[in-house]
Design a protein around this ligand. Structure first.
Ligand code: PLP
Length: 362
């Protein structure tokens, strides 16, 4: 393991080392099965049990009410941007909260399907904050209201979700699912691609309230139809078996090793504080992107006041085994993604490196 580095990638992202070791141990032969997860039939009992266990774990972690289905789909979060309106717009309009790049992308995809209204747009303030309660007015007749719980690129995270009354709230939680306790009953649909906090790329978790399935148009192709996918228990065609297996291991790690989402949240608060303190106490050498109230626990974008130092910072960081710290290509600067699986020691190492770099170059 000596060559493992601290990986601050925004996704696919760091996975818990214990999970990787277990997957390695079991790769050639699943215990009691004698077949690799890469070879096992998705219609076999062993795989059905893995998928069931993954769902049970997700239900436990998020305390999901019985009137919600948990689906394991393909096509990434991006496909959900189109599937949500395709399935539940029902000829009405929908309201979108644009708080960063991902909600903006979701808006664009949704517009291909019908009438979509932007009821808040943070682009004028460069997506540094989320709206506050008084700024929002949701159309009571909207089919749904859409938000992104954590903007992975801008590092802006909702701390309390807006109350949308009877209008179902749809949430893209791709970069912060499982980072803290979450009340799923607040949402009509809650979805997340796996490759940040839930597993490897290849599977997207979609949690959907039963009644919304009544709206699904009958003429949708099977693989785009939530109702068909739910009735077929996410097995309408071959599911991404390995990715689902990994989600099962990651969620088991969250339950058994971490001790649930309250505990995960405590750890995440501690990790994020280390990094934000490093930025705030740097005397302006580093500057964070988001306003303090809306700062993300998962993605910490920051810039160096002297941009000429950004490249040397990133290069030198690598020599300290701190990698994947470049900001998204659309915004530049730096970004440290500190998902659930990033250990405290990794964040502390980055904090120490940042302090040393500032001292030498400030
Ligand atoms: C918040 C958010 N939504 C959506 C996506 C897109 O996910 P995918 O690449 O699985 O389509 C990402 C990925 O980076 C993301 O961070």
């Amino acid at each position: 393991m000596q060559d493992r580095v601290y990986n601050f990638s925004a996704g696919p992202a760091v996975l818990p080392l214990t999970v990787l070791k277990r997957a390695k141990e079991e790769l050639v032969s699943l215990p009691g099965v004698g077949i690799s997860i890469l070879e096992v039939s998705h219609r076999s009992k062993p795989f059905e049990e893995i998928m069931e266990a993954a769902e049970i774990n997700i239900r436990k972690l998020l305390n999901i009410p019985n009137n919600y289905r948990v689906l394991f789909l393909q096509g990434g979060a991006l496909l959900q941007f189109a599937m949500v309106p395709m399935n539940i717009l029902g000829g009405k309009s929908a309201d979108y909260l644009v708080t960063g790049t991902w909600s903006k992308t979701a808006l664009g995809e949704a517009k291909t399907q019908g009438t979509i209204n932007t009821i808040w747009d943070g682009s004028e303030t460069k997506f540094t904050r989320n709206p506050v309660a008084g700024e929002l007015s949701v159309n009571p007749n909207a089919a749904y209201c859409y938000l992104t719980s954590n903007e992975t690129i801008q590092g802006v995270q909702w701390q309390a979700y807006p109350n949308t009354g009877n209008v179902p709230l749809v949430c893209d939680a791709s970069s912060d699912i499982f980072c803290r306790p979450t009340d799923i009953s607040k949402f009509g649909i809650y979805f997340a691609c796996a490759q940040k906090n839930a597993g490897p790329a290849g599977v997207t978790i979609v949690i959907i309230r039963d009644d919304l399935m009544e709206r699904v148009p009958a003429n949708l192709p099977k693989l785009l139809n939530y109702k068909v996918l739910a009735e077929g228990k996410s097995m309408v065609n071959t599911p991404p078996c390995f990715s689902i297996y990994m989600v099962q291991l990651v969620t088991e790690w969250l339950l058994d090793h971490i001790g649930g989402l309250d505990k995960m949240y405590e750890r995440n608060l501690e990790k994020a504080k280390l990094l934000y303190d490093a930025i705030d106490n740097s005397g302006g050498f580093y500057r964070g992107h988001a306003v303090k109230e809306d700062r993300s626990l998962m993605n910490v974008p920051f810039v160096l006041a002297n941009d000429d130092l950004t490249k040397p910072f990133l290069e030198e960081a690598k020599t300290h085994k701190l990698v994947q710290l470049s900001g998204h290509r659309s915004v530049g600067g730096c970004r440290a993604s500190i998902y659930n699986a990033m250990p405290l020691e990794g964040v502390a190492a980055l904090r120490d490196f940042m302090a040393d770099f500032a001292k030498t170059n400030g």
